[in-house]
Each structure stands twice: as structure tokens, then as C-alpha cells.
Design a protein around this ligand. Sequence first.
Ligand code: DX5
Ligand code: ZN
Length: 220
Amino acid sequence: MPIKVSASILSADFGDLLKDARQAIEAGCDMLHMDVMDGHFVPNISFGAPVIASLKGKVNVPLDTHLMIENAEKYIPDFVKAGSTYILFHAEAIENPQSTIHLIKQDGCRAGMVLNPTTSEEVLKPFMKDLDYILFMSVWPGFSGQSFIPDVVPKIARFSKWCREEGLFPEIAVDGGMNAKTAPLVVEAGATLLVAGNAVFKAPNRLEAVEALKSAGKGR
Ligand code: DX5
Ligand code: ZN
């Protein structure tokens, strides 16, 4: 299976967002990752639904919206309307995942759940029949450009093995500190999608950078 890359626009140039987004797609990125932060759930503020809406209909790849916010349910309809393909919520931020999944899906979006570095993959299991996308954080959420936390690797390996045994094939994504050195570690463990910010947008050659990430999956 070829490995997919979703480019986190948090590392893009917001003054020229559409141009940067299109360049990332031309360089081979399969999706665009939208990091929404509220300054409460994480210690940083990024952007909200209008920034996602500004790309709606102008790019030809799915948009995965990563909500790092409190009261996510209140804002989900806005992120659906803005054009998200996937809406990803944190297990740590939500009391009733089943109702959040329902809210996301009722308007035709796909639902995903995100785990912080120390949250056990066990919390995912009751909801797997309704989830299309699992995101394993390999940094503490809040900032781009942090170093990869290797403790996530055995967690991905255990989860992907369990999925295979259960006949489930969700997108297994990893977010934070992805680069040509760290990507093979998570791909080997079963990751199918790499979220990358700095490794794409700060690279001198984006085409080569995306190829280097994807080559983690070659020969598998
Ligand atoms: C962190 C975000 C990540 C981040 C990735 O809270 O969820 O998506 O932008 O950035 P890099 O790839 O630079 O670690
Ligand atoms: Zn993210």
C-alpha cells in the first residue's frame, strides 16, 4: 500500500496560503491537514473555520480538520460547512465520543479520533465500527516543529495488529515530527498516512521532501 501524506498548513505561509497549499499538492501530498487550536485545550491559537472555507472548492484533495479545542461539539457544524472531508476530535477533549461521531457524520463528513502521546489505544476500540481515521499524536499537540516521541511506535503496532485481526482497515495516521528518519519507524508499525508540517513546507525542495516521506513505504 502506498503511504499517503497530509500537509499541515500550520507550517505554510498564511499570506499565500492557497499558493502554498497547491504547491504541496503538486509535490505529491494527498491531503491537507488543518490544525485548529483554541488556546485552551492546547496552549496556542491557530485558526478557525474561515481559513478552511477559504480553500473549499479551490483544491482537489481531502481536507482533514484536526480539532484541538474545548467544546468541540458546539463548533463541529461550522467545520462541516467550511468543507472538511474528515473531522478529527481528541479522545481527551470529548465526554461522549459516540454522539460526537454522530454529529460529524450526520452532515456527511467522515469522523476520526485523535490520541495524545500517553493515551492508550484501548479507548478507540468501542468506536471503531464508526471511525474512518485514527490519528496518533507523536508530539504534544499545540505547535509544529517539535521532535518525534518514539513511545508512539509500539502503540501503533499494537493497534494496527488488532485492526487486522478484527478485519478493520481505518486510515492510521501519525502527526508530529514526521521526517525521512522518523517516517519509516511508524510505517513499519502500521501507519498508512503521515501528517507533516515543517518537513513539507520548510523543505528547500518540496517534491523531494514528500518523496522522502513516501519512500518509507516502498517495498512493503
Ligand atoms: C501539532 C499539530 C501538527 C503539527 C505538525 O499540534 O497537530 O499537525 O502542525 O507539524 P510538524 O510536522 O512540523 O511536527
Ligand atoms: Zn495536527
